[in-house]
Design a protein around this ligand. Structure first.
Ligand code: CS2
Length: 469
């Protein structure tokens, strides 16, 4: 029997929660770039809860930059989809309906620009992944050779990348005398608001210095720390959702119960009551970002590559191997020493909670998913703290360990899913038994200079790699 698709006509079973506000009254107020799993199980959930607490014009216009598939799927479901929140206590299904419109930017650029220029849109949020920003690996500014940055510099009125869309959107607003929208980065980058501001001002400045000045004076780029483990959906995810919903949901996701969002309260044109949904507004998000990137994401990178080396599929499988658990614990207990106190957080309880989250047996978080794009993720997770502790006279062994495990996995598998794949694989092919890491340190802009210059640290990376040869 084929089931019907989830839609606004669906009568949900009593066990499933759905939006409690009148969706027909919801108006667009936020443009979100990146209709991926993370956004659907994070910002869209917070926005739904905020709307339930205090209704307002904060519907989400979900924009996917390239792939039309999720846009088509959400259109077929009237903007609705479900998440299944899973732990050992059971499965809870929630239908999320905070999305009011959906666009694939590659097919309908003008529609995206019309929204960005509209005074109704007061916030632009982003989850486009680290590699999409066009961040220069050594300067930390805009990389003019990044494909979408290059295209947007060449052709600013017909943007293709996130920075190009934001700059063009702000330029249109300035011409129309409309105040800027707040730009809220939700990707795993340190001081993500500051980084994004720098990239936007850099692109705007190359176009028209007066535009850059206007943005600098009137715009806002709060930083935010986001957290929820959301594995990529599988057929099993969708089948489970159908059983719980009684209808088919092509966008169904599994996720853990944990949910966190810490945001700098710096919005130029208002915002939803996300605190009513549990978000924390802080004057300085940096301590939270550092904690999360170094503890959660850094250990994830370690876990994922241990899994790849040992042929284990998911993080939960790695967490059943005693020596890997010890290894992750060691990493966490070393890294935590680089952190300043984080307001309201007991770091040892946070670490214990992380170990439980990684081991959640109901969440199939694939090691390969986490290992994707490691060259773009590892600077903020591992290199940053490594440079810091080397500068303080420590040996940085914990970080050399993670790097060694990563490079060993690239050499062993002779493959990786990474924008720098070709360079990494050619370094792997040149890797010798003597100094296996040497060719990787020659890849331009991959490692920071302080790590390249530390022979003692590189020897630790080599020692780690040798154990896996
Ligand atoms: C993971 C993150 O794929 C990865 O690199 O480390 O997506 C992680 O699951 C999230 O940041 C958790 O909030």
């Amino acid at each position: 029997m084929t089931l019907q698709r989830l839609s606004s006509a669906t009568v949900l079973p009593e066990t499933v929660t759905g939006p409690t506000f009148d969706r027909t009254k919801l108006r667009p107020g936020i443009v979100h770039f990146g209709l991926g799993a993370f956004h659907r199980a994070h910002q869209a959930v917070y926005t739904q809860k905020a709307l339930e607490a205090e209704f307002g014009p904060w519907g989400i216009v979900a924009v996917n930059l390239r792939s039309p598939e999720p846009v088509k799927a959400i259109a077929e479901q009237d903007g609705l989809y479900s998440i299944t929140v899973r732990d050992t206590e059971g499965d809870r299904s929630q239908v999320i309906g905070s999305t009011v419109d959906w666009i694939c930017a590659a097919d309908q650029r003008d529609q995206v620009l019309a929204y960005l220029a509209s005074p109704d849109i007061r916030i632009v949020t982003l989850t486009v992944s680290e590699k999409a920003y066009g961040l220069h690996p050594t300067t930390g500014g805009l990389d003019p050779d990044h494909p979408s940055v290059a295209a947007d510099l060449q052709n600013p009125q017909a943007p293709v990348g996130p920075i190009g869309f934001i700059v063009e959107g702000l330029a249109l607003r300035r011409n129309l005398d409309v105040a800027p929208f707040t730009v809220l980065c939700c990707d795993n980058l340190p001081s993500n608001g500051k980084i994004l501001r720098r990239l936007v001002l850099d692109m705007a400045n190359r176009r028209d210095p007066a535009l850059a000045e206007w943005i600098a004076e009137n715009g806002a780029f709060p930083s935010s720390m986001v957290d929820r483990i959301v594995p990529a959906a599988t057929e099993e995810t969708r089948q489970r959702a159908s059983r719980l919903l009684g209808v088919e949901d092509a966008l169904a996701l599994d996720t853990e119960p944990f949910l966190q969002w810490v945001i700098e309260d710096e919005f130029v044109s208002g915002r939803p009551q996300w605190e009513a949904a549990g978000a924390l507004f802080a004057v300085d998000v940096e301590p939270y970002e550092k904690m999360k990137l170094r503890l959660l994401n850094g250990s994830h990178t370690l876990l994922a590559h241990l899994g790849l080396l040992d042929g284990l599929e998911c993080t939960r499988d790695v967490m059943t191997v005693e020596r890997h658990v010890r290894d992750v614990e060691r990493h966490l207990n070393t890294v935590v020493k680089t952190l300043d106190p984080v307001p309201g957080i007991d770091l040892s309880a946070y670490i214990q909670q992380l170990l439980q989250r990684f081991a959640n047996p109901t969440i199939a978080h694939r090691c390969a998913q986490i290992a994707m794009d490691t060259s773009q993720k590892i600077p903020q997770r591992i290199f940053g703290p490594a440079v810091e502790v080397l500068g303080q006279g420590e040996d940085g062994a914990a970080y050399a360990h993670v790097v060694g495990v990563w490079l060993a996995a690239v050499c062993r598998l002779q493959d990786c899913n990474d924008p720098r794949r070709d360079e990494l694989l050619s370094a792997a092919a040149k890797s010798s038994d003597e100094q296996p890491s040497a060719p990787f340190f020659k890849i331009p802009g991959l490692f920071p200079q302080a790590l390249i210059d530390s022979h003692a640290w590189r020897a630790l990376v080599d020692a780690e790699m040798k154990q896996w040869r």
